[in-house]
Design a binder for this molecule. Structure first.
Ligand code: Z7Z
Length: 406
């Protein structure tokens, strides 16, 4: 049980001490009242259940993300501290590393996902979006998750990386595992790691050079092995990074976008009359209903955040979804407002680890949203949507909805 919203936190050395469990099912289902409680309690709060710091305000969240020297990633970006606990898979060269090792890997991936390489994917993305919109209009009544939010990224993204068609459902299970394992060993975690052996073997085999289509982004990553910037084995891990980070996140954000519009039909009408807002809309969706709710850092040495003393080698959990609704930073933060330009939101992170796949993720969402707004006059819920609980990602299981042609 969470110690909820009564605000009766006690204090540890003058710092708010809360018995909230940010990974229990009650919290994951509706995090927002808990976010508010933590945000209002202080710039950093002690979460006694796990013996870690929680940060729910925008200013401090951004400060921590930007300062990789004080707050490192190499001790893991989940609850487990890699200095004392064995990671469940070989650590990511990207997110579970600090400069300078991180920089070397990041450069290789950054080149593969450059503006130019991503722009070259647009035509294929548009063709697939057209096909899917035809299909959903024919059906009329759909599940927004299965028929769009999963169908679209699960086709176009692995195609871009160069993965074969066979067995792509395993990517969903792999992503689900990666993001659950950032949390504590609760039910979600335990069920996910039960699949680790099978999925790790599958993903490792499918990230090998010979498994990837010619001309694909996966092959471009391997060019980093040809130049000697990374080893052949490291290139495989970087392809694994794409497949780990690029599937669940985009599925979640496209689903959350459909959710926001089914709940706010007036905003759909506004978008249809002002399609130039499309890019901002996507940023507003992920500000409000962020795919990535939490991310951890570890203090390298004793330090301080807005007057709160942090010891050395302590874990901090950053509540990105709470930072992105901090009333200190945003007007009317809980409102979905497509005219808002939410510059400075933390849904893609910030600093040296800022999402390297941001452009491809944005392109996926833009292409599907543009196509929908062109051809669909109205989208409306035809039943309650449900969540698929995950220790990190906020994602819907199902969004029953009707689409009406323009
Ligand atoms: O490199 C990786 O395997 C990797 C896994 C997860 C990279 C990034 C992420 C990730 C992306 C984690 C977004 C949290 C949020």
């Amino acid at each position: 049980m969470n110690g909820m919203a009564s605000g009766n936190s006690n204090f540890r050395d003058g710092v708010p001490n809360l018995d909230i469990d940010p990974f229990d099912e009650d919290f994951l289902t509706d995090p927002y009242p808990y976010h508010e409680q933590m945000r209002e309690a202080g710039p950093a709060v002690w979460l006694s259940k796990y013996g870690i710091w929680g940060v729910a305000r925008h200013e401090e969240g951004a400060e921590i993300l930007k300062d990789y020297k004080r707050f490192c990633s190499s001790a893991g970006v989940g609850l487990a501290n890699f200095k004392s606990e064995k990671p469940f898979r070989p650590p990511s060269l990207l997110i579970e590393a600090d400069p300078p090792e991180h920089t070397r890997a990041r450069n290789v991936v950054g080149r593969a996902l450059s503006q130019k390489n991503v722009a070259a994917l647009q035509e294929a993305f548009e063709a697939e979006a057209e096909l899917l919109v035809d299909q959903i209009l024919e059906k009329g009544e759909i599940d927004g998750m299965k028929d769009l939010a999963i169908a679209f990224p699960l086709k176009v993204f692995p195609d871009a990386v160069g993965l074969e068609e066979e067995g792509r459902d395993k990517l969903l299970r792999y992503g689900n595992m990666v993001f659950n394992v950032f949390g504590p060993p609760n039910r979600l975690f335990t069920e996910a790691v039960a699949e680790a052996a099978e999925l790790t073997e599958w993903i490792t085999a499918h990230c090998m050079r010979d498994a990837l289509a010619p001309g694909s982004i996966g092959q471009i990553i391997y060019e980093g092995a040809d130049t000697g910037e990374v080893t052949e084995a490291e290139a495989g891990l970087l392809v694994r990074s794409l497949l780990s980070a690029g599937v669940d996140t985009t599925i979640s954000s496209i689903g959350n976008m459909l959710y926001c519009f089914t709940e706010n039909p007036g905003e759909w009408d506004k978008l249809r009359s002002a399609p130039s807002l499309t890019k901002h809309v996507i940023e507003e969706v992920i500000r409000l209903e962020g795919p990535v709710q939490t991310f951890f850092r570890t203090s390298v040495e004793a330090t301080e955040i807005s007057g709160v003393q942090i010891g050395a080698n302590e874990k901090l959990v950053l509540f990105l979804g709470a930072c992105n609704r901090d009333p200190r930073r945003w007007d009317d933060p809980d409102k979905f407002d497509i005219a808002r330009k939410p510059v400075g939101h933390l849904a893609f992170g910030s600093g040296v680890h800022r999402c390297v796949g941001q452009r491809i993720a944005q392109l996926e969402a833009e292409v599907i949203l543009r196509k929908m707004a062109e051809r669909i006059k109205r989208i409306e819920p035809i039943g309650p949507s449900t969540l698929r609980l995950n220790n990190t990602i906020r994602v819907r299981e199902s969004i029953p909805m009707r689409v009406i042609a323009a």
